[in-house]
Write a protein that binds this ligand. Structure first.
Ligand code: UT7
Length: 322
């Protein structure tokens, strides 16, 4: 049976940068508070006319180029997002059109910040069962469009961006294990209340923005990231010492540090990019991965643990050889 191996990574961050000081000019916050509580220094914001599908394509082109394949060779596109351009069609179909490769399967996955991990799990199964040979998995978000810029408790936390990987069928391992989970019982701790079936005519501005109980989500994230790490490592007879890199969801540096400490991963083997782009939900893990691949930290053959946690709640992990 073939393995699903990452042949190339890519990412894209919109040009416009908003620093903590920029935010402090329009709301009651400070660079010091944001850095101390979250580790975030700046976020990138999509320009007018930039959409989730356009930034997804930008990241995808870089991943395809890094993989050294023709776009035509892609036989499945999976996009993880919570901020689709339209109710339908999917962002994946729009990406396919923009890449000019109509014909292959294309669909979106909605698992909030864990979406990329869900997408990798799906793609891995397609590759291992012979259903696809080259799968484009993208995490892309324009969260700035669903942030209430008058609410300092959430506005400082989020940003826009996209990350992508091209997974190929290969004789060498690749993805070793993938686990996904969800607990729908605590929906209101982190959600955007507005939705199609509630009736868009009834939409009130407030309900179209991210609402979060930060403290409760923080505690749940730390505990859950620890349990998924244990499940993955124990289940596959791997110890934390054997991991080369821990690539967690980039939401908050304090959550990342707490999860790394519980896992026993020293800071120098943890990929942190949240300072540069804030929480980009489904895009954060592939963004972190691509940044660390391109700056030479992550090298071929190294063992990586990817972990995600987000609204739903959803969570999951991927253990893979890069
Ligand atoms: O991707 C998964 C989704 N989300 C997350 O992972 C985020 C999880 N949660 C968090 O990252 C943290 O809970 C936050 C960063 C959101 C908040 O940090 P905290 O240490 O839990 O702070 P807090 O909510 O307990 O707030 C402390 C104080 C409050 O003031 P009082 O009540 O103590 O006077 C807040 O009103 O900080 C105040 N505050 C702010 N002050 C300055 C809240 N937001 C801000 C702000 N600037 N932006």
């Amino acid at each position: 049976m073939k393995h699903a191996r990452i042949a190339g990574t890519g990412s894209y961050l919109p040009e416009k940068v908003v620093t903590n000081d920029d935010l402090a000019r329009s709301m009651d916050t400070s660079d010091e508070w944001i850095r101390e509580r979250t580790g975030i220094r700046r976020r990138h914001i999509a320009a007018d006319g930039e959409t989730t599908s356009s930034i997804a394509v930008a990241a995808a082109r870089r991943a395809i180029e890094a993989a050294g394949i023709e776009p035509r060779a892609i036989d499945l596109i999976v996009v993880a997002t919570t901020t689709a351009d339209k109710i339908f069609p999917s962002v994946a179909c729009q990406v396919q059109r923009k890449l000019g490769i109509s014909g292959c399967g294309a669909f979106d996955v909605q698992a909030a910040c864990s979406g990329f991990i869900y997408g990798l799990d799906i793609a891995d199964r397609f590759v291992r069962t012979g259903g696809a040979e080259n799968v484009l998995v993208i995490g892309a978000e324009t969260l700035s469009r669903i942030v209430d810029w008058n609410d300092r408790s959430t506005a400082v936390l989020f940003g826009d961006g996209a990350g992508a990987v091209l997974l190929e069928a290969n004789d060498r391992p690749g993805i070793v294990a993938a686990h996904i989970h969800a607990d729908g019982e605590q929906e209101e701790l982190l959600h955007v209340p507005a939705g199609v079936s509630s009736g868009l005519a009834e939409l009130k501005a407030q309900s179209a923005f991210i609402q979060m109980n930060g403290n409760a989500v923080f505690r749940k994230a730390v505990a859950t990231l620890d349990s998924i790490a244990r499940e993955t490592l124990l289940g596959h007879g791997v110890s934390a010492d054997e991991l080369d890199w821990f690539v967690p969801h980039q939401a908050n540096l304090r959550i990342i540090n707490a999860a790394a400490k519980k896992l026993g991963m020293p800071a120098e083997r943890v990929v942190v990019t949240v300072d540069e782009h804030a929480n980009t939900s489904a895009a954060s893990i592939p963004l972190a991965l691509d940044i660390a691949v391109r700056d030479g930290r992550i090298r071929r053959g190294e063992l990586l643990l990817l972990e995600g946690f987000g609204a739903g709640f959803t969570w999951g992990s991927t253990l893979l050889y890069y």
